[in-house]
Design a protein around this ligand. Sequence first.
Ligand code: AMP
Ligand code: MG
Length: 487
Amino acid sequence: MIKFENSFHKLNTDFYENVIPSKPPKPELISFNKSLSNLLGIKISWIESIEGLECFTGKQVIRNSNPLAMVYAGHQFGNWVPRLGDGRAILLGEILDQNNERWDIQLKGSGLTPFSRNGDGKAALGPVLREYLMSEAMYQLGIPTTLALFIAKTGENVYREKVFPGAIITRVAKSHIRVGTFQYFASLGKYNLVKELMDYVIKRNFPEITNNQNKYLSFLKFVIDAQAKLISKWMSVGFIHGVMNTDNCSIVGDTIDYGPCAFMDKYNENTVFSSIDTFGRYSYKNQPLICQWNLAQLANCILPFLSDEKEKSIKIAQNEIDKYSEVYQNYFSKEIFKKLGFSSKIENDNKLKNELFEIMKRDELDFTISFSNLYFELLNIDNNLSKFTGNSRDFTKWISKWKLRLKKEKKSVNQIAENLKQSNPIIIPRNHLVEEAINFALENDNFSKYFNLLKLVSDPFKYKERYINYYKPPDVLDENFRTFCGT
Ligand code: AMP
Ligand code: MG
């Protein structure tokens, strides 16, 4: 049995609508995340029980759960949408884990809510499998993210461009509040609710600033910091979120709303995968800037709390938003230096880093392998992946310079090599692998390939020769590969 808490439900009722999940005709478990269940203190025997299945598919609303759909607004591709909200997601409640950390437990794909607009509130199996796999991969890569606890088929069909099996994913998050949640209330002039929301986030997620003199300015600084850190981590693994609308921008700095996201194979800073991102607004290279734009929207919502005078508030907010670029650059450089095995920055490190990216760009090197190969290069180990960078003479030259730089480290070569291994994933969920695994599951109702890939991306820093095919880019890279929103 699990015991839900409902701190969000206790807030002003303007924040949500009470909803009952639709009852799926024939729920069937596909998989659940054992270590996450353990973290949350949910007994495995319960999660595997009928009650567990019914709870996480919405068939049964268990005691203490107060299901609700949250309201929010947002800028979608820069266009203001005054009301969005959870159109296919329902918050069941919260769980306190063993460390007293509070986690939202939310169903995604559990039917209509007052915010469903033209949608059906349901989710198709493909996107559910994708989110379960991608969020686990991100988590194991050490990137802040919402988590996925449970995936199940519903036993009914959903209708998209084709008919697909319906499915539900149980999402777990430190918060589901978005920049768009603040925008919704600020746009209506309901600043008492903006304040209530901010106080809630501070109490729950940023308790260390509760007693700060200007805690709302601290709040803004915290969100900026968390977002800058998050984006720097995306950029350091070649992750492209694909739909960085303000409603998909988590207030606590987690990766949220896995839709058309994907990892790039060969390095091209203009890469876009999402089929609807026609103008490349959310391309790889634009992500840091878009993040700043989103943060400016947040700052705008909380202006009345930054000072008593409007002009002064704007100045304060602008100052914080201007500082973002530096905060981001610092985080990004740190991420990359870690990947290069530098324990701290010394003269010319930035130049060396920029040169590497230039070479990766010019010679269209594989992003992941350019970094994972460093371990093998340092130890002079020949391996099957080096051919993906070995043809680049500039890369080879760069390696010599990099090795010279490493001589300035106060560590043994083996220690540096170990650090390189821990900082550069050998496997990421490459598009061709994810597509193949999911299509195979959909076409054959057989999840073996999917589970195999899931297992490998769940241990992204471990090299095993026999899995070499999973580490390589596809033989022929599909330059037109496109992803779709998870609807
Ligand atoms: P997303 O693409 O996940 O960021 O969703 C954008 C908005 O569309 C959110 O308000 C979602 O709740 C809503 N939405 C997406 N898919 C559906 C669906 N199948 N049914 C109802 N609402 C949806
Ligand atoms: Mg969304």
